[in-house]
Design a protein around this ligand. Sequence first.
Ligand code: CMP
Length: 142
Amino acid sequence: MPVERTLIVVKPDGVRRGLVGEVISRLERKGLKIRALKMLWMTREQAEEFYSVHKGKPFYDELVKFTQSGPVVAIVVEGDSAISVVRTMIGPTDGRKAPPGTIRGDYSLSILENIVHASDSEESYAREFKVIFRDSEVMPGY
Ligand code: CMP
């Protein structure tokens, strides 16, 4: 099984609601290793680049605005099949449809304000990582 890295972003709604610790706790308890961690307030340029794959969709402008509405916490984790494991842990996009036990299923009633984002592929991870981190900010194995 491949050891992968993925990026989780606790979005402005998750930070405002005090769910940063809950998200980090779930990732750690699962056995994923935290490699990098940062709190930041995204600029318009960062938010647009982060969600560039959604450019042109009806919700894009609202999404970019929401992403800049407060600070976010970005976390790089590493582990066996981390990309798909974390996607399973966060649940489907729409919090109203996400099953209980998933982060969105337990904490969100919205498709936009859905607490967390996680990379959906190695390509997405590579692009999203560059929006937020430099390579030197990733801790070596410990
Ligand atoms: P995320 O997993 O971060 O990826 C894209 C984001 O766009 C998604 O979570 C939601 O926050 C948002 N999104 C997706 N679909 C819609 C929609 N139909 N209406 C509003 N926001 C959406």
